[in-house]
Design a protein. Structure first.
Ligand code: ZN
Ligand code: ZN
Length: 389
């Protein structure tokens, strides 16, 4: 019997506007876009922020067999959730077909999302008009409270508390339940209750964590966003298993997100801060969470291998130190083969001999674990690390 497995990929995790400053590279600067591949092969895309462009450039055309269906849910029409649409190359392939889901906006009326497409791709804002998009596009209007099925997957949409409206989505696959609730602010009793219902028993609960609890209580009140603390409260109340902090503020540096993550982990067992390139596998034995480093951030890759001493903390919280081999070394990160299983997003110290300006030099680097492939080699796991200094 095969175990049903679903794969959830994070292509964009930043809120409000994309960021390119180096202080935000580790978590990533692209705006919201997630991809969920359900066990029945159904592909879901959640939001069309600038992360969608990356997804499009990695698009793999199916080789024979039935064409997999792609269903795209757009939570609302703020720039950061639609800006990737004109740059999503599969939309220009006439053999492709996409099913879009979103709500009827009172500011746009019928066919809201279709109108958004046409307005976005109008002169003088974009060089080509909508007729260049030759893929088949089907649009479906969804209302908060609606439930429907796509393949073997049950979808539920609920209204969230956000200026001009926003939908949260719950996708129940045979491998587990993913709930996506970005752009929501707590404080509206009815909508708060609705969010808890949406998140009920979720395996992965992705929640807006743009602001700190202090900002949310003062200067940022009414801006339509949430905090890690609210995410923890909802997770506890709803019995969600893993909380993913999402929609990072454009002004939050990697170190600020690290600090937000640390605080959240003190309050809740299983928390991750969404980072670009992170992949979560649902339904796999052991339910391991992994992430890969996008190729664009790994320039200066070297083929060579280096001997290194690595120290860190295991999943079980024990400190370890071991001698090993470092591969795929770049200025940004490396792949390290380890007997110990470090905790995801924990810090590793790497000391190694590597070529420098004056021959071989001893280097000491600090990095964060962004990917763990537990079964990479016999007795070893391949651990992807992004260096912070
Ligand atoms: Zn947003
Ligand atoms: Zn918004």
């Amino acid at each position: 019997m095969t175990v049903p497995i679903a794969k959830l990929c994070f292509w964009g995790v930043r809120g409000s506007t994309p960021t390119v400053d180096p202080a935000t590279w580790r978590y990533g600067g692209n705006t919201p876009c997630l991809e969920l591949i359900a066990p029945d092969g159904m592909q879901f895309i959640l939001d069309c922020g600038t992360g969608l462009r990356m997804l499009g450039s990695r698009w793999t055309a199916p080789s024979g067999g039935p064409t997999p269906e792609t269903h795209i849910f757009v939570t609302h029409y703020h720039w950061d959730h639609i800006q990737g649409i004109p740059f999503f190359s599969p939309l220009y392939g006439e053999k492709n077909e996409f099913h879009f889901y979103s709500f009827r906006s009172k500011f746009l009326g019928r066919d809201s999302l279709k109108q958004v497409f046409e307005t976005q791709m109008a002169l003088p804002y974009f060089p080509v008009d909508i007729s260049a998009m030759s893929a088949k596009r089907k649009f479906k209007e969804v209302d908060g409270g609606e439930t429907f099925t796509i393949g073997q997957n049950k979808i539920t949409a609920r209204w969230l508390n956000h200026p001009q409206g926003c939908l949260g989505f719950r996708i129940e696959t045979p491998a587990g339940i993913v709930v996506y609730a970005t752009d929501n602010e707590p404080g509206e009793a009815k909508l708060d209750e609705s969010l808890r219902e949406l998140a009920s028993g979720a395996d992965i609960f992705i929640n807006d964590a743009q602001f700190t609890p202090e900002q949310l209580a003062t200067a940022r009140k009414g801006w339509g966003h949430s905090s890690w603390l609210e995410g923890v409260k909802v997770s506890r109340h709803a019995g969600a298993k893993t909380l993913v902090l999402f929609h990072h503020d454009p002004d939050s540096t990697d170190r600020m997100v690290d600090s937000i993550l640390r605080q959240a982990r003190e309050e809740f067992d299983s928390v991750f801060a969404a980072s670009e390139g992170m992949v979560i596998t649902l339904g796999a034995p052991g339910d391991r969470v992994q992430a890969h480093m996008p190729g664009t951030r790994t320039t200066l890759r070297r083929e060579a291998q280096f001997h290194a001493k690595v120290s860190g903390v295991t999943e079980g919280g024990k400190e370890f130190e071991e001698e090993t081999i470092v591969r795929d070394l770049s200025l940004q990160g490396a792949l390290i083969s380890l007997k110990h299983l470090p905790r995801l997003q924990s810090e590793l110290q790497v000391t190694m001999e590597a070529p420098g300006a004056d021959g071989m030099q001893s280097m000491r680097l600090r990095g964060y674990v962004v990917r763990i492939d537990a079964a990479a080699e016999k007795g070893h796991s391949a651990v992807g690390v992004v260096f912070t200094d």
